[in-house]
Design a binder for this molecule. Structure first.
Ligand SMILES: NC(=O)C1=CN([C@@H]2O[C@H](COP(=O)(O)OP(=O)(O)OC[C@H]3O[C@@H](n4cnc5c(N)ncnc54)[C@H](OP(=O)(O)O)[C@@H]3O)[C@@H](O)[C@H]2O)C=CC1
Ligand SMILES: O=C1O[C@H](COP(=O)(O)O)[C@@H](O)[C@H](O)[C@H]1O
Length: 499
């Protein structure tokens, strides 16, 4: 890997502490950082280098999946770290920063390869990009890259404006938009599961698949992020980015070769083929909800409207479910159901692929039914692939019946890198496969925009659902209209025990 400088805006912030430093440390332990490496942390407050390194060490002890041993000498890792005060709105600070980076490049004999990581509030993205250009920080003979965190805009227009500004300083192939779902083991595994297995490839289409269900349910509420969340809602926070990315990864067709460009091209074709909703059709296909008071883990929890920092009477969505159609010859007639919500019964991010079941009545004469084959890809908190199929088993002496059985592949989570480790490693290497391309982001906003407008115009009811439930009943109806139902966690074992 090429020697380089990692310039971190927001080095004193929460994300840096919880995710970025632990990711860098784990990459270091695995020998995945360049031999010559300089990290320059930035923030407004004045902090001495020693103190900054102490803060980084503290974050490793608290948040790294492999915590350093008590008394372990972290100097070899921490010696790469320097701190530099900078206020994003002060042009002079960028010129001083350029001086500090160049000094370190000379000291360490580094080429001027620079990766800028914007771990700051989104309202600063534009100004930073412009200043990187104007101060000369971006005028390198080596390469330059930009990592940005979501949100990429608040709607279609602001996303486009942001992108235009980023493009003043960076080409598209220099921009790495993090969607941490694309760094998750099982989301990355999807590509292999579907593309590298001819048997699965053969059935991955409308001939064999009845419907696809993508769920990201959370038990947490709005937590400490009321100011952001009350403006974003589930539609911007989870649906526009993570859920649509998982949809693209699930539905994409086989490229001729596995390259970043080809994968992104195939994903783009899917999001482009999503049938648009209009203000008139949004009611039929989208359900929005907001959690009311309820119970989780045996404890009462307040409703969204009573959470600290939430605007009284807020009609923000904390739950969204949608039925989507992909106008692509391979997916005609296959509904994709997506849903996400806070304060739901369980933390579960999963994809359930339900196959068509032409054999359901084959055993009618024996008074038996077969269950549909299900492929379940669990993304979080378990990382697991299960296949449910029909088998013949004898539960009672002498009596043999058809029974759904489950075949499992569990990932050993204890040895796996975290999403941020994978994504930072890829960005250091210039591999953009698992980052969101502008086309995907723009098309996702384009699809979501009429939904945002319908929400703003109050064209859809805001269904209350009890905290600790599976969301509003209206989201079940979305599926029932097509003769489907959400496959819930507890239901699958029940199905296995049935038959
Ligand atoms: N935290 C998380 O889990 C996640 C965060 N994100 C995104 O990551 C980004 C950072 O989030 P997070 O770390 O939580 O935010 P924090 O509020 O914890 O940190 C913000 C950082 O920005 C710096 N900062 C604020 N104002 C200025 C300024 N005028 N000039 C220079 N630096 C400034 C702060 O340093 P100082 O006060 O010293 O100036 C601090 O280091 C956001 O875009 C967020 O949406 C995305 C996913 C998850
Ligand atoms: O991006 C976000 O994701 C988290 C959920 O992530 P997960 O990895 O735990 O599934 C969500 O809680 C948060 O609101 C959102 O901003």
């Amino acid at each position: 890997m090429e020697a380089m400088t990692f310039v971190l805006f927001g080095a004193t912030g929460d994300l840096a502490k919880r995710k970025i430093y632990p990711a860098l440390y784990n990459l270091y332990l695995d020998g995945k950082l360049p031999e010559a490496f300089s990290v320059i942390g930035l923030g407004r407050r004045e902090i001495a280098d020693e103190k900054f390194r102490g803060n980084v060490e503290q974050s490793l002890r608290q948040f790294s999946r492999r915590s350093p041993a008590e008394g372990e000498d972290l100097t070899p890792f921490l010696s790469s770290f320097r701190y530099h005060p900078l206020d994003v709105s002060h042009p002079d600070d960028y010129r001083k920063l350029l001086g500090a980076i160049e000094t370190r490049e000379r000291e360490l004999g580094l080429p001027d390869n620079r990766l800028f990581y914007l771990s700051v509030a989104p309202e600063f993205f534009d100004a930073i990009a412009v200043q990187i250009q104007e101060s000369g920080l971006g005028s390198t003979r080596g390469w330059k890259r930009l990592i940005i965190e979501k949100p990429f805009g608040h709607d279609l227009q602001t996303a486009r404006e942001l992108n235009d500004n980023l493009n003043r300083a960076f080409e598209e192939d220099e921009i790495y938009r993090i969607d941490h779902y694309l760094g998750k083991t099982m989301v990355q595994n999807l590509e292999t599961l579907v593309l590298a297995n001819p048997v699965i490839q053969a059935v991955w289409n409308k001939e064999h698949i009845s419907n696809v269900q993508i769920t990201a349910s959370e038990t947490v509420g709005v937590e400490e992020r009321a100011a952001y969340y009350d403006q974003a809602g589930a539609i911007r926070d989870m649906f526009q980015n993570h859920l649509l990315q998982v949809l693209m990864m699930t539905a994409m067709r086989r490229p001729s070769q596995i390259t970043a460009g080809n994968i992104r091209e195939e994903k783009r074709k899917i999001i482009e083929a999503l049938r648009p909703v209009s203000k008139n059709t949004v009611q039929e296909n989208i359900v929005r909800g907001q959690y009311a008071a309820g119970e989780l883990g045996g404890k009462p929890v307040v409703g969204y409207a009573n959470e600290p920092g939430i605007f009284p009477g807020s009609n923000n969505d904390t739950f969204v479910a949608a039925r989507l159609w992909i106008d692509h010859p391979d997916w005609a007639g296959v509904p994709f159901y997506l849903r996400t919500g806070k304060r739901m019964a369980a933390k579960s991010t999963r994809i359930v692929v339900e196959f068509k079941n032409p054999t359901e009545d084959l055993y009618a004469a024996k008074n038996e039914k077969t269950a549909p084959n299900l492929l379940i890809i669990e993304i979080n908190p378990n990382e697991k692939i299960s296949f449910l199929f029909n088998g013949k088993s004898s539960r009672t002496e002498g009596e043999s019946r058809i029974e759904p059985v489950e075949m499992n592949f569990w990932v050993d989570q204890s040895v796996l890198p975290e999403a941020y480790e994978r994504l930072i490693f890829d960005a250091l290497n210039g591999d953009a496969t698992f980052f969101a391309h502008w086309h995907e982001v723009e098309l996702a906003w384009q699809w979501v925009q009429p939904v945002l407008e319908a929400f703003e115009a109050d064209l859809l009811p805001l269904h209350p659902y009890a905290a600790g439930s599976n969301g509003p009943d209206a989201s079940d109806k979305l599926l029932q209209e097509q003769g489907h139902e959400w496959w819930l966690d507890p239901q699958v074992p029940e199905l296995i025990g049935k038959a």
